[in-house]
Write a protein that binds this ligand. Structure first.
Ligand code: ADP
Length: 465
């Protein structure tokens, strides 16, 4: 047996080869036009001869740029999978070693393997770990990295234009890469992969749902619209967590509710990574709770999907998601009363700030919603909806700019009064929601309406003006 062991040791197994990579473009969703660029890279492999005959230069390296989790690795695998070539991968952070020479020899070994098994894709994750501009880091660590980077440049040049080994690297920081890396013949093609938008998120959810027992009526749009700012990796995780919930309850199908709950958990996870002072959490909770508590009093706004104070990309505060079935703000189909209700909801944070913190300690946390209220009030008056003061027939007749502002102000004050009144009547409900939000950051539809049932004092008849 000693002989067999020796033989196995002598036969060098490729270390960096990933076996069984079977990813196709259809596994990567929400790419839009980017897909065309990647299909071209596949053609460099499958139609390499044609490119060479026509004198078209094949890039040595492709840089996939974008935040973590958007699917850069998945895409590199899909290129290999579609072209039917071997996939070699390494994370550049593994190149960076304390022992001088190790990084460079790893790069050499990686490329030697890729060449022996060509055609192949070499994937380098986190290129910026080794590809930062040379000479920036002092000391032996810096020297080591420079040596590794130099080796990488040599290897890239060795394959320039041949098309049988193509390097794909990923980075979130293309701006800090050494200029030598992005010179023609090296990483001379950059592809940006952004975070998915609403449609992209729907598509990604659907791709991951393919292999799961989904209920027939799953509302992917609802899940996608509450996962604003999330990337593919997080969306994939939502499907996994939903599947676990289903199993735990002994059910056989994943429902929309499973997905929404999983999305909330994912969101909470994101939020643990962001810091806020306890006082700030509370203030944001009061802000959002006030909107939800006022909204639930109004027929067109009471269909509240969830309330959250979890920070999302591009948003400092939390939000209340109201599902608007039959009112369409954009199409201007809002009824007169609904517009007044909407203004009232937008003023709720300002009213809550006054009630909870007092006139002397007002903050500007409500600035954005107060702005919404102001512009809605002007729309209301300018649209001739406030017919108590202006008959529709003579509305456009005179120069009434001052009158319009005065009337808008009257409406704002009136709505503000209503918001304050509703909040005062619902102090208990407010406190309960704020507590829950501060503790758990999010409130599901069920939790919210449970608290409303326990503590709410709803106004059935909206006051008119
Ligand atoms: P990155 O390399 O950009 O950090 P990954 O490719 O490692 O991201 O993504 C991790 C996982 O997230 C993938 O294996 C896949 O399950 C899922 N994923 C990410 N983006 C997408 C996408 N656009 N379509 C489908 N799944 C995705």
């Amino acid at each position: 047996s000693g002989a067999r062991v020796r033989r196995a040791q002598n036969r060098r197994l490729p270390q960096y080869l990933e076996r069984g990579v079977d990813v196709k473009f259809s596994d990567v969703a929400g790419l839009g036009k980017i897909r065309l660029e990647l299909e071209e890279i596949v053609k460099f492999f499958t139609h390499g001869e044609m490119y060479r005959r026509r004198g078209v230069k094949i890039p040595g390296g492709i840089l996939l740029c974008g935040p973590p989790g958007v699917g850069k690795t998945l895409l590199a695998k899909a290129v290999a999978g579609e072209a039917g070539v071997n996939f070699f991968s390494i994370s550049a952070s593994q190149f960076v070693e304390i022992y001088v020479g190790v990084g460079a020899s790893r790069v050499r070994a990686l490329y030697q393997e890729a060449r022996e098994c060509a055609p192949s894709v070499v994937f380098i994750d986190e290129l910026d770990a080794v590809g930062r501009e040379r000479g920036l880091i002092k000391g032996s660590g810096g020297q080591e990295r420079d040596a590794t980077l130099n080796q990488l440049l040599v290897c890239l040049d060795g394959f320039e234009g041949r098309g049988n080994v193509i390097t794909i690297a990923s980075t979130n920081r293309p701006d800090i890469l050494d200029p030598a890396l992005v010179r023609p013949g090296r990483f001379d093609r950059k592809i940006y992969i952004p975070k998915p938008g609403l449609i992209g998120r729907i598509e990604i959810l659907k791709v991951h749902a393919r292999k799961k027992p989904m209920a027939e009526d799953v509302d992917y749009t609802a899940v996608a619209s509450m996962t604003d700012g999330m990337v593919g990796a997080e969306l994939a995780n939502i499907i996994e967590v939903a599947a676990i919930n289903m199993m735990r309850d002994g059910r056989t199908e994943i429902t929309t509710d499973d997905l929404l709950q999983a999305a909330q958990m994912e969101e909470r996870g994101m939020l643990d990574r962001k810091e806020r002072s306890p006082e700030m959490w509370k203030q944001v909770a009061i802000n959002e709770a006030a909107m939800a508590v006022v909204a639930v009093n109004f027929p067109d706004l009471r269909n509240i999907e969830f309330v959250t104070i979890a920070p999302r990309a591009g948003r400092d505060l939390g939000y209340v998601r109201v599902k608007m079935d039959h009112i369409k703000f954009k199409e201007g189909m809002l009824s007169r009363q609904s517009l007044l209700d909407h203004i009232t909801v937008q003023l709720a944070p300002r009213a809550a700030d006054e009630l909870w913190y007092g006139e002397s300690q007002l903050s500007t946390i409500w600035a954005e919603t107060a702005d919404n209220a102001r512009s809605a009030a002007r729309t209301f008056v300018l649209g001739g909806l406030s017919e108590k003061h202006y008959g529709l027939s003579n509305f456009w007749a005179a120069d009434r700019i001052n009158d319009i502002d005065t009337e808008a102000l009257r409406i704002l004050n009136m709505c503000y009064g209503r918001a304050k009144e509703i909040l005062q009547e619902n102090r208990k409900l407010m406190d309960a929601i704020v507590d829950e939000l501060v503790q758990n950051k999010s409130l599901s539809k069920q939790d919210f309406f449970h608290l409303v049932g326990l503590h709410g004092s709803l106004k059935r008849v909206p006051p008119t003006i």
